[in-house]
Design a protein around this ligand. Structure first.
Ligand SMILES: Nc1ncnc2c1ncn2[C@@H]1O[C@H](COP(=O)(O)OP(=O)(O)O)[C@@H](O)[C@H]1O
Ligand SMILES: [Mg+2]
Length: 424
């Protein structure tokens, strides 16, 4: 690394022409006196300013604002830039290097540019991700999902691990706690939520917006939107990625969700368009990653989690499905091995939210359209009730909206009172 003192020892004159293109106005002001040599510190600052044009395409912010530009060393026309990447093996590494070199070279006093790449440690990476998430939130478009609702997307790397079963049963178990729970079936091609919940019907429009289908569960309510309510299940849906993405967008923006406590989103398998679209549209979405015990499944789940991190979605917990099987004689078999969920949760640094046994009732209930979570007294209902408790009390508790808005009103009143006092 080049210490600042080194840079200061090598001041050079600033040419009058550079200022117009690359740097901010305070440099423009200095060029009226071009004969004064600019300290190298200013040149380093100039380099830093021009690097504000380099955007990390994954994180959607400039490498300067993301804190990825570390030291900048300047010696005459030679510039050395230390860039910290989230991971050294970042696939965008060469693109970022190229952009850095290209931009710095556009300064007319620059002869040589060297980029030195370092990898961030875990804490630095977490800070960058937090900033990227915050930025994404600032830039996110409006949706019809109330700000107070916790948004949990159920994700996995591959299909058939039980995402949809988990989504509907967790939704039922949360609603049974007296909550209003939205269910968005974002598996546009392979929707299965209507069948699993035994709900059918056509979505109606009110004032040009879709009205989710509603169902009471105990003291709570489910509000459900799915392609299944817009098209026959038999009907092949041949939309392209862009249009699919827009379907989820419409479900989020052009729907009357009303007041929700939770919105659960059943994602299609993998890490494709829908996930990225969701990251853009509703970046406060948190992921619950479903995995089955086999190590292979664990790896795909980890890949999904990694992708989510890049799309700024936060992973909030892991759910292990088909964890073990108890036969009618009471013997328990770990058919697919055991501990996969726990290991994945540990490696992601998040809690294991629950483990669901492999149970034939789950398949049967899905086929019958009667979620097991609603069957009072059953073993599976107890599993989902406990999972709902962990979600609502530990992993993703609701913010106390009442006291929040009360505090907010207090503050507004205080500010108004101050304003009046000032004016008077
Ligand atoms: N714990 C379980 N025990 C038995 N069958 C299960 C379990 N979880 C899911 N299934 C069955 O596995 C199949 C795939 O589940 P599904 O929820 O549709 O997965 P995904 O949405 O990930 O594709 C369904 O037939 C479902 O009934
Ligand atoms: Mg599914």
């Amino acid at each position: 690394m080049l210490p600042a003192a080194f840079a200061r020892r090598h001041p050079g004159a600033i040419g009058p022409e550079f200022a117009a293109t690359q740097v901010e106005s305070h440099f423009v002001a200095t060029d009226s006196d071009a004969s004064t040599p600019a300290p190298a510190g200013d040149r380093a600052e100039e380099v830093r300013n021009c690097l504000r044009a380099v955007v990390d395409p994954e994180l959607g912010d400039t490498i300067v604002d993301l804190g990825m530009v570390r030291d900048i060393g300047v010696e005459d026309g030679d510039v050395v830039v230390d860039v910290a990447l989230t991971i050294a093996a970042c696939p965008l590494r060469s693109q970022i290097e190229r952009d850095v070199v290209g931009h710095v070279r556009s300064l007319d006093w620059v002869r040589n540019v060297e980029v030195r790449v370092v990898a961030m440690d875990a804490d630095e990476r977490a800070a960058v991700m937090a900033r990227a998430r915050w930025k994404a939130r600032e830039d996110a478009p409006e949706t019809a999902v109330p700000a107070s609702a916790r948004v949990l997307a159920i994700a996995s790397g591959k299909g058939g691990v039980g995402k949809s079963s988990v989504t509907v049963n967790l939704a039922v178990a949360l609603a049974a706690r007296g909550l209003v729970v939205g269910v968005l079936d974002a598996d546009i091609w392979g929707f299965s939520v209507p069948r699993l919940l035994g709900m059918e019907g056509d979505v109606e429009a009110r004032a040009g917006k879709m009205v989710p289908l509603e169902r009471r569960v105990g003291a709570g309510t489910l509000r459900v939107l799915s392609m299944g309510f817009l098209a026959d299940e038999e009907q092949a849906i041949m939309w392209r990625g862009l249009v699919l993405n827009r379907a989820v967008q419409q479900f989020l923006q052009d729907a009357h969700w009303g007041d929700l406590d939770y919105l659960l989103i059943d994602l299609p398998p993998g890490t494709g368009d829908i996930q990225m679209g969701l990251a853009r549209l509703l970046p406060r979405t948190e992921l619950l990653v479903v995995t089955t015990p086999p190590v292979a499944a664990q790896k795909v789940a980890a890949r999904a989690a990694d992708m989510a991190r890049r799309g700024y979605l936060r992973v909030t917990g892991v759910i292990e499905n088909m964890s073990d099987f108890t036969c009618e004689h009471g013997t328990t078999y770990a058919l697919f091995g055991s501990g996969g969920g726990e290991r994945l949760a540990h490696s992601l640094g998040v809690p294991l939210v629950g483990s669901i046994p492999l149970h034939p009732d789950l398949t049967a209930a899905g086929d019958a359209g009667v979620p097991v979570a609603g069957a009072d007294g059953s073993e599976l209902a107890a599993v989902f009730a406990e999972m709902a408790r962990v979600v609502a009390e530990e992993v993703a508790p609701l913010v106390d909206a009442q006291s929040c808005s009360a505090r907010l009103i207090e503050r507004v009143e205080a500010a108004v009172a101050r304003g009046e006092a000032d004016a008077g």
